[in-house]
Design a protein around this ligand. Structure first.
Ligand code: GLU
Length: 545
């Protein structure tokens, strides 16, 4: 009877499971090599959670000499959004997550788009029907809703199982009658499970998790013959020889489905690793990052905010393994790919996604690259988002690079740049176009700032662009002494009443007139870049009423 039922339901399926299996031979990889995948659904929005999973999967596969592939899981056509597949490719490319085979790239284990694999899934389902492990279910939406409402009221497990699975044992005649009537149907698993028994998920991140054995006859094929996620991913991961399924922990509750499916299909299950969700602290409470509330959840946000690709990658690495950050701090000349990631160092509970932390990581990253690299990296950002500054960058290349190069060497390099946007913010006083705008805005209010015109005027005369830093400083010291300032802060502190101020006040005054700010990189270097004439010019502008 099962044989006949299988033919009745799938007359168009002529291939056998064996024929399909033969097309997906075992991969020729060394012992221990991991095969992982990224299986996004093209539903329109790539978020950092997706990127995080893809990042972890690719690092683990590649460090083991394995394969990381991209599979588009588009079995839910109702939710599909135009352009979503392109957004997925763009996000992976933008963040340097390279895949070895998959969508748009090909490979021997394709097709890598689930909607192109429908016959494959149906072949396996036909086989399950033949073995008495799947059946057509003609229940209507209304009937199913009614059952659910009753189950909710009685606080029972939701789903079609046990006595609720009324079509489980339909006779061939009854099925035929339904088909003659063109009644719509789904194909359900005929579960063999016993909910009183437990199964164990040996999760590679969270450890062993006990779950009840599945007894739900969940759908394998929907009314249109398209598979559900449960069926499609189990078959694909088997055929594509995935060794490790790394996915969000929202899938843990349906793991019993997947285990039973593997058993019914005669597959050896993959190893599973469920990643804890990214969370955020808000008003003292921790919650999951949300698509609706958090702009930083969308991957597109990072590009627009000028956050560097490598900064995002470093942060994903920091989130992925608790020992990464320390390693990165200690290994200045190494890159992410030199680090060995492990499941053991992954968080079992929610992982706090903290923008401030990300900014700090970006600062460290920018402090480690050369001024020229920083300049080059920032160019495309400005070309795309701020063409005026882009033009300025091109015109004033040497000046900007000289500025970015200040305090870059040495033990404690400067860390004022976290995003590409900061380059403009931090350097704007270098450029006349940006500096001479609105005096009120240019000259930030600095508490207790006294402009000592006499001393400044003398300084214009003694300054020499050829002085080395030490001579430069000695000259200011001398100037301080001659004008009633303490040549050191120590001397000033010992007897404040004896002086107008100290050498630091003179430096701050010069800095303020030159840049409008009280915090900048090394003043000696800035004066060299801008020149004493510019300091004079700015002093006059400052003095104009
Ligand atoms: N398509 C699933 C999702 O987008 C993938 C889950 C998995 O990696 O197995 O959530």
């Amino acid at each position: 009877m099962n044989e006949e039922l299988a033919e009745l339901l799938f007359p168009h399926i002529k291939t056998s499971v064996e024929e399909i299996e033969a097309k997906y031979p075992k991969r020729d990889l060394k012992e221990g090599a991991m095969v992982t995948r990224f299986g996004p659904s093209p539903t329109g929005f790539i978020h950092v959670g997706n990127l995080y999973g893809a990042f972890i999967s690719s690092q683990l596969a590649h460090q083991s000499g394995g394969i990381f592939y991209l599979r588009i899981e588009d079995t839910d056509s109702k939710r599909e959004v135009e352009g979503a597949k392109e957004a997925i490719l763009k996000a992976l490319a933008n963040y340097g997550i390279e895949y070895d085979e998959g969508y748009q790239k090909g490979g021997q284990y394709g097709p890598y788009v689930q909607s192109e694999r429908v016959e494959i899934y149906q072949t396996y389902v036909k086989d399950l029907v033949r073995k008495g492990l799947a059946y057509p279910c003609f229940m209507s939406e209304e009937e199913i809703n009614e059952i659910r409402e009753g189950q909710e009221l009685r606080k029972e497990k939701i789903g079609i199982y046990g006595h609720y699975a009324v079509d489980r044992d339909l006779s061939l005649e009854e099925v035929k009658k339904h088909l003659e009537n063109n009644d719509p149907y789904v194909i359900r698993l005929k579960s063999q499970g016993d909910p009183h028994k437990e199964i164990i998920l040996h999760d590679l991140i969270k450890g062993d998790i006990n779950l009840p054995e599945n007894d739900i006859d969940f759908p394998l094929l929907k009314k249109d013959g398209i598979p559900t996620y449960h069926l499609a991913h189990v078959i694909d991961d088997h055929l594509m020889h995935t060794t490790h399924v790394i996915r969000g922990d929202e899938w843990i509750s349906t793991f019993p489905y997947h285990l039973e499916l593997n058993k019914a299909l005669g597959f050896k299950p993959c190893k599973y690793a469920h990643i804890a969700p990214l969370t955020k602290k808000e008003d003292g409470k921790i919650r999951k990052l949300s698509k609706r509330k958090d702009k930083e959840f969308a991957v597109s946000y990072y590009e627009e905010a000028g956050i560097p690709k490598e900064g995002v990658r470093l942060y994903l690495a920091t989130l992925a393994n608790s020992n990464f950050e320390e390693w990165y701090m200690q290994n200045k000349d190494k890159t992410i790919n030199d680090f060995t990631f492990s499941f053991k160092k992954m968080a079992t509970g929610g992982t706090l996604f903290d923008m401030e932390k990300l900014m700090n990581i970006c600062r460290t990253y920018f402090s480690r690259i050369s001024a020229i690299d920083l300049y080059q990296e920032a160019l495309p950002f400005y070309q795309k988002f701020d063409n005026d500054f882009y033009q300025l960058m091109v015109k004033e290349k040497d000046k900007l690079i000289a500025f970015l190069n200040i305090e870059r060497e040495g033990k404690r390099p400067r860390k004022d740049i976290a995003t590409y946007q900061d380059i403009k913010l931090e350097s704007s006083y270098l450029f006349d176009d940006l500096f001479y705008q609105d005096k009120e805005k240019t000259y930030q209010e600095v508490k207790d700032m006294v402009i000592d015109e006499e001393t400044l005027k003398q300084y214009f005369k003694v300054y020499d662009a050829n002085d080395d830093q030490d001579t430069w400083y000695q000259k200011i010291k001398l100037l301080a002494e001659e004008n009633g300032y303490a040549p050191t802060t120590k001397m000033y502190k010992e007897d404040p009443n004896a002086y107008k101020g100290h050498i630091g006040d003179i430096c701050e005054m010069i800095r303020h007139i030159l840049t409008g700010r009280n915090k900048t990189p090394n003043l000696y270097d800035l004066l060299k870049i801008l020149g004493i004439e510019e300091l004079e010019k700015r002093f006059h502008w400052y003095n104009e009423k």
